[in-house]
Design a protein around this ligand. Structure first.
Ligand SMILES: [Zn+2]
Length: 261
């Protein structure tokens, strides 16, 4: 496959955050906004390719995040490890030569999104070891998303460390591949969790902070662009192509500059 067209070295990189690709639940269903019809996901991936972008897993994106490579690339992440992404997103990614990272809850391999039950969310199947082995064999990446999708902020340090480091150990043992990418459940993290992820050996960690990844960002607290059911695809493509946040930052007056009274 041809190399993506180069971007300037200082360009920021969008990392997209998806959850489910499946039939959209009825109106009023909790977290309905995180379910995307498979046809919409496919259209968005094809639009990225038409715009000259290549979708990459966090592992494949790492050289670009480190500034070792330049190119028109976008991170593709799928949180929680739903089987519906194996069924619907995987064929689309393969057809386009894209890769993606599925962030998996290591204590629920072949299980369900039980952590959402209290919010009234319908149980949805998660990939089992066989799905995940095929996922990785086909060039996709498995990342870790803790052992039980905990609120890290509610965990004591020992539990938080076990959830973060343990999820990597569990997945490496089950799948026999290196696991180097992490994602904070619910996007919640504190400085100590960042350090736990770093000392557990993760090379990147994604948050739910909204924005594009800049070269100067800590690789263990990377922002993303969440794709909602309500996100118009044209708006999403505009956010991928245009660094709106960077433009706003550069336009904002510096707080250090004294202003006339
Ligand atoms: Zn999650």
């Amino acid at each position: 496959m041809t190399e993506p067209r180069p971007l300037p070295r200082r360009a920021s990189i969008p990392i997209l955050s998806y959850h489910q690709t499946a039939a959209v639940p009825p109106r009023g269903a909790p977290y309905r906004g995180l379910v995307l019809p498979p046809t919409r996901f496919a259209r968005q991936m094809r639009a990225l390719q038409a715009l000259g972008y290549r979708g990459l897993s966090m592992r494949d994106l790492l050289p670009y995040l480190r500034g070792e490579r330049t190119g028109r690339v976008v991170g593709i992440t799928l949180d929680d490890g739903y089987v519906n992404n194996f069924d619907h997103a995987l064929p689309v990614l393969l057809a386009l030569g894209f890769t993606a990272t599925s962030f998996v809850v290591s204590g629920q391999l072949g299980g369900a999104n039980v952590w959402d039950a209290a919010a009234g969310v319908t149980r949805v199947r998660l990939m089992n070891v066989h799905h995940l082995r095929e996922w990785t064999a086909l060039g996709m990446e498995v990342g870790a998303h803790t052992r039980s999708h905990v609120h890290l902020a509610h965990c004591d340090p020992a539990r938080a460390r076990a959830e973060i480091a343990g999820s990597r150990e569990d997945l490496e043992q089950a799948l026999g591949v290196p696991v180097r990418s992490f994602c904070y459940p619910y996007g919640e993290y504190r400085d100590e969790h960042v350090e736990m992820a770093r000392s557990a050996g993760f090379e990147t960690a994604t948050t739910s902070d909204s924005g594009r990844a800049c070269r100067r960002d800590d690789l263990l607290r990377l922002p993303r662009l969440t794709v909602w059911l309500s996100t118009p695809s044209a708006y999403l493509m505009a956010r991928v192509c245009l660094d709106v946040e960077g433009w706003r930052r550069r336009r904002a007056p510096s707080p250090a500059v004294a202003r006339p009274a």
